[in-house]
Design a protein around this ligand. Structure first.
Ligand code: CTP
Length: 400
């Protein structure tokens, strides 16, 4: 989370059992280098003490509209003036109702009303409170006012009921904060991404596949979304949650992935093909589990799968196509050869042994202007650099 280092955030907490998760959120943000100031409503202090939040943020915690420690007694203005963001987590139904109507009868609501910076809410409440027409009306009003929402999520609730209204996990809230600060270099663009491996059945319980965790492709989808694009992610079988705000289509085989790409590609401005597509499939998968026949070998007859990226790149008016090449040796020369073979404007290459399953990667981009090393780092940070490069390439580009 290096991109939020040095950001000045005011963490507001309102009354709700999810307030205990805000302690973890504060730790994550402080560890990421955020200058964190905490303001709590009176109700929030019933759930978590200001002492806890002071210890975690390393700063004075503010609770009172009339706090005389603020020199000019303007706590409701001063405490948010130097902030880059006000993040309210948890945000109760009552607090959202106050915000929607511009009420400011306590420190946190006054700070929110007098702010000049963006406001993000992580709602937390009982499912019926979330679903109530009044809360839904308030959500619409707040969205119209430019307030950003992180969640809520669906699931088990502290009250024993199940449904929408859980506060999203602290790590996810921190990721939403990071996303908010990314430059919107792909605003208005439609980006299609493939990720993960494909699985080609041998019989009902066996497959041919490629080793691929999907992490790089998911990072690309997330970075594109953060950059303001409308993102569709076509994913082979992986154990990753869909990045927030991204439409995911799950597939299994290369042919399923091909069909999904064909259905989604028209209207896309950029196609980033990160999937490790199996080059071959078994010609006639067995309908039942193949039994071992000791002492005898077996031969599988394979046939070639469609090359999805090459097909997209060869369309009459293709989107800006990006290939990913995981090479095990000679990265640069293989990458150049692959780029010209598939007629790609851009190819991202890495050393397969280093990237597989890891959270880090090392990528070099190859385009018509030459070689651009992105360096080594977390996959999400490399993906963000890729978005900046793509924004530069797609500026002024006409499809086809
Ligand atoms: N790709 C694809 N469909 C395939 C095979 C690959 O869309 N059937 C895409 C990958 O998503 C990647 C790029 O093509 O963006 C390069 O994949 P790679 O497997 O490295 O290239 P190949 O052309 O298959 O070359 P080889 O396997 O011989 O290295």
């Amino acid at each position: 989370m290096t991109t939020i280092k040095g950001k000045r955030i005011l963490l507001g907490m309102t009354g709700g059992i999810a307030a205990f998760k805000s302690a973890e959120l504060a730790r994550i943000l402080v560890r990421a280098g955020v200058d964190l100031r905490v303001a709590m409503t009176e109700a929030a202090t019933r759930f978590v003490t200001p002492v806890t939040m002071q210890a975690l943020s390393g700063q004075t915690v503010w609770t009172d509209l009339w706090d005389a420690r603020v020199p000019d007694n303007m706590a409701h203005i001063e405490l948010s003036r130097d902030r880059d963001l006000i993040l309210v987590a948890p945000a109760s139904a009552d607090f959202m109702a106050k915000l929607a109507h511009g009420l400011a009868d306590d420190l946190l609501s006054a700070l929110a009303l007098a702010r000049r910076c963006p406001l993000m809410l992580a709602p937390a409440m009982n499912v019926e409170m979330w679903d109530s027409p009044a809360t839904q009306r308030n959500v619409l009003t707040l969205r119209d006012d430019g307030v950003v929402f992180a969640g809520p999520a669906a699931g088990d609730q502290a009250c024993g009921e199940t449904g929408m209204g859980r506060m999203v996990e602290p790590q996810q809230i921190a990721e939403e904060v990071e996303a908010l600060f990314q430059p919107k270099v792909l605003a208005g663009k439609r980006v299609l991404v493939t990720a993960g491996p494909t699985e080609e059945p041998i019989d009902p319980v066996r497959v041919i596949t490629n080793l691929s965790s999907g992490k790089m492709g998911y990072a690309v989808a997330r970075a594109a979304r953060e950059a303001g694009a409308d993102v569709t992610l076509i994913s082979g079988p992986v154990a990753l949650p869909a990045p927030s705000g991204v439409a995911r289509v799950s597939v299994r085989t290369a042919r399923e992935m091909f069909d999904a790409v064909k259905a989604a590609v028209s209207g896309s401005d950029i196609f980033v093909s990160v999937a490790a597509v199996a080059d071959y499939r078994v010609k006639s998968p067995a309908p039942n589990k193949i039994k071992k026949d000791s002492g005898r070998g077996r031969t599988l007859e394979l046939e070639e799968n469609p090359d999805i990226l090459a097909w997209v790149a060869a369309r009459p008016a293709p989107p800006l196509c990006v290939g990913f090449a995981a090479e095990s040796e000679d990265v640069a020369s293989n990458a150049r050869a692959k780029r010209s073979k598939k007629k790609l404007p851009l190819l991202a290459a890495n050393l397969a042994q280093r990237a597989l399953g890891a959270d880090e990667n090392e990528i070099t981009l190859f385009d018509e202007r030459g070689e651009h090393p992105l360096g080594r780092g977390p996959k999400i940070e490399l993906a963000r650099k890729l978005m900046l490069h793509l924004a530069g390439m797609s500026a002024g580009r006409k499809r086809g």
